[in-house]
Design a protein around this ligand. Sequence first.
Ligand SMILES: [Zn+2]
Length: 238
Amino acid sequence: MRVVSPKKAICKPGENHGRWVVLGESFYLPPHEQYFIAACACGTIRAVHARNAMNGKSVSCGCHKSEVARVRIRKTGRENPSYRHGGSKSRIYAIWRGMKVRCSEKCPKDVWHLYHGRGIVVCDEWMDFTSFRDWSFQNGYKSDLSIDRIDGNKGYCPTNCRWATSVQQSQNTSNNVRIYINGLSMCLQQAIDAYGVQITATGLKYRLDQGWPHDAALFTPPNRNGNRNKYKRKNSDC
Ligand SMILES: [Zn+2]
């Protein structure tokens, strides 16, 4: 071990660096770095890397860091410096996170085509958890309800969402709307495929929502206005 000449020593005996007090001459350790023996305020004595002590990377033997950590742990709720909204353990928070994940690149593959893959987004206002939580409590949130988009083609925002029961929600999912044709009940897409008709599932659901009879809804070809035409009653329907 080679002692550093006093002229070249970065730290001199007696100096304070953080909680360290330099006890003696500095010395070199491989690869040619200066160290000194120092005492921490808590009583620990050890060799300290001189440059780290000077630039503040080493302020103590570790006792300072653990004291800070202990203070952080003791502070809970609003006392804690990292407190944000206090809701991260709540059910609403889990729902909010799930909603954001479905509408992001992180959307799970099995539902990709239903959310991120078809451009469903969360509005800017709801990217903030507290405004989503406030809206929820003002709009009938209960622990047995889930967030439901009223128009499945539009995104998550206050005007297009409600808290709904699972029954209400499944009735609102175009996948689960059923059509009765020739005494058979089937999904909209099944019926479209089975009869090889021109209409889309969304168009067909729209017609059913408008109160069209099921066979007319399926078999009437879409006109120039898409499906936005009212069903024209024939005399035979009355
Ligand atoms: Zn210490």
